[in-house]
Design a protein around this ligand. Structure first.
Ligand code: BTN
Length: 236
């Protein structure tokens, strides 16, 4: 495992995508500051200062695109929950991959792919973790957000990067081989309790009752007489 650190760049995901041919498989890019950190649905990922984690795994598992790559964000969310459990926290996952503590978001994960002529050149699997912030700073974000220090955990960002990366790569080959099934029971254990659901999928809202996760990490939504598989969007 190779970690390359920078003081400030636009975004670790953008850096990995732009330099994919020159970055080795399993390299981690970590920075102190991002000027254009971004999240799912084109949202801004707010920079909360240098003590927080902004990092991207550069992954090149194969040139052929395999369905399991779509579950890497869920795999990383489970790895992070296991790390947080070692701090005595009760982390939860909000499908598909938001990690929450005390019902507030503490981490965001975004996977972006580089595909050229039908071949997968690599995956930029980015993660932002709020390690140290202040109540006014998290309060200024337009949704409930927390940080490890605000939950009573004091850890250095480098220690967390190292232990998370070790945990991620220790289980990585097994995960690639077996897919979401390899993490399904852990994922279900960490999932927030789900019941009646509203899901935002692009500009559409889907309503129904939670009917479980399938073996591919899709959320199953019971709607009247049918069960619909949802593979994108977010719970609102
Ligand atoms: C989300 O919750 O919407 C995903 C947020 C992902 C943020 C991380 S921070 C490191 C990496 N670089 C980015 O620009 N985004 C990801």
């Amino acid at each position: 495992m190779n970690i390359i650190s920078f003081k400030k760049i636009d975004s670790t995901n953008t850096y990995v995508k732009s330099n994919i041919e020159n970055i080795e498989d399993k390299t981690i890019i970590s920075v102190d500051a991002q000027t254009q950190g971004h999240g799912r649905f084109g949202r801004v990922w707010v920079d909360l200062g240098a003590e927080n984690i902004y990092m991207t795994f550069c992954l090149k598992p194969s040139e052929k695109i395999e369905p399991v790559y779509a579950n890497l964000t869920q795999y990383l969310s489970v790895c992070l929950c296991k790390e947080f459990e070692t701090f005595g926290l009760n982390p939860q996952i909000k499908w598909p991959n938001d990690v929450l503590v005390s019902n507030k978001k503490i981490c965001g994960i975004l996977a972006e792919t580089v595909i050229k002529r039908g071949m997968l050149k690599g995956i930029a699997l980015g993660i932002g973790i709020n390690v140290k912030s202040s109540l006014p700073a998290v309060g200024a974000i337009d949704r409930p957000v927390t940080a490890l220090n605000l939950e009573g955990v004091s850890i250095s960002k480098n220690d967390l990067i190292n232990s998370l990366a070790k945990r991620f790569f220790d289980g990585y080959e097994d995960f690639l081989k077996h897919g979401f099934k390899a993490i399904k029971s852990d994922y279900e254990k960490f999932s927030i309790p789900l019941g009646e659901l509203n899901l935002a999928i692009f500009n559409k809202i889907e309503c129904g009752n939670f009917a479980g996760f399938d073996d591919d990490g899709n959320l199953l939504l019971q709607k009247n007489d049918s069960v619909v598989k949802i593979n994108m969007g977010e719970i609102i």
